[in-house]
Design a protein around this ligand. Sequence first.
Ligand SMILES: Nc1ncnc2c1ncn2[C@@H]1O[C@H](COP(=O)(O)OP(=O)(O)OP(=O)(O)O)[C@@H](O)[C@H]1O
Length: 312
Amino acid sequence: FDPISASLVIGAASALTGYLSYKEVYCRFAECCREEQPLNASALKLDLVERLFGQHLATEVILKALTGFRNNKNPKKPLTLSLHGWAGTGKNFVSQIVAENLHSKGLKSKFVHLFVSTLHFPHQQQIKLYQDQLQKWIRGNVSACASSLFIFDEMDKLHPGIIDAIKPFLDYYEQVDGVSYRKAIFIFLSNAGGDLITKTALDFWRAGRKREEIQLKDLEPVLSVGVFNNKHSGLWHSGLIDRNLIDYFIPFLPLEYGHVKMCVRAEMRARGSAIDEDIVTRVAEEMTFFPKDEKIYSDKGCKTVQSRLDFY
Ligand SMILES: Nc1ncnc2c1ncn2[C@@H]1O[C@H](COP(=O)(O)OP(=O)(O)OP(=O)(O)O)[C@@H](O)[C@H]1O
């Protein structure tokens, strides 16, 4: 046995172990991009099942899409989800749950980026500038962490065309200018299509069918066509849709009286208060419901529950 090569091997091995344990210790204190770490599917499932009310389709699709994507060592394109539904039905809330399950600091993580149309892209005359900035921002952040998460809120208020600037990143390319975007995740949030979703939910209700009987195939095709043809969807005539770059259109159903009560209880628990059913009913009854005759769905979803609870 050659003593020189033996000591070289030992030296290299101990340097590697040292580096790995240094990295472990470092990552305990500073946030690290753990792109190889598989997703804990049961933790995500538990979060969705226990915390998200009345959204059986969103729960099922998000779980399936994320676990499939994160367990695939070699995805061919980034994961792109488009979440649609009425106000206050849980789209931002789900994005927060997804962010927490991907990066432990959730929305505060430096690998999670939230864009709000009216805040970040307000002026119609500056579309070109926004497109450049968006491309630079995404390129820079995916270079730093391949499994970065980008959330675009208020897509329906985004000027048409802005989002097409990121089309090359969402496509099936192995690399674009030396950067691979295949492990990144993009989530779009929008109220567009909310009317179509409500109509379907209402048709089921009027036919005496259970809400849980609504399937993705009842809504997904209508949604993608509806959003493509809607001038105010942020995806109007978008190349993302006609190139099939959006993996899932995820409908959020309008919330019913019973769901609003569940939100009130969840908020009480979060505040560490005992559940007082009398207050739960009073808060839920303060909300307004539509359509005019049947009054089934809360018109703000669970959105104002937290502030209403402050009065009790
Ligand atoms: N389906 C739900 N299950 C549990 N809590 C919910 C649900 N929907 C809404 N909430 C509660 O209401 C709050 C507001 O909802 P959220 O911001 O997610 O609505 P949104 O669908 O993003 O609305 P908008 O389209 O107006 O942005 C959430 O932080 C959460 O506490």
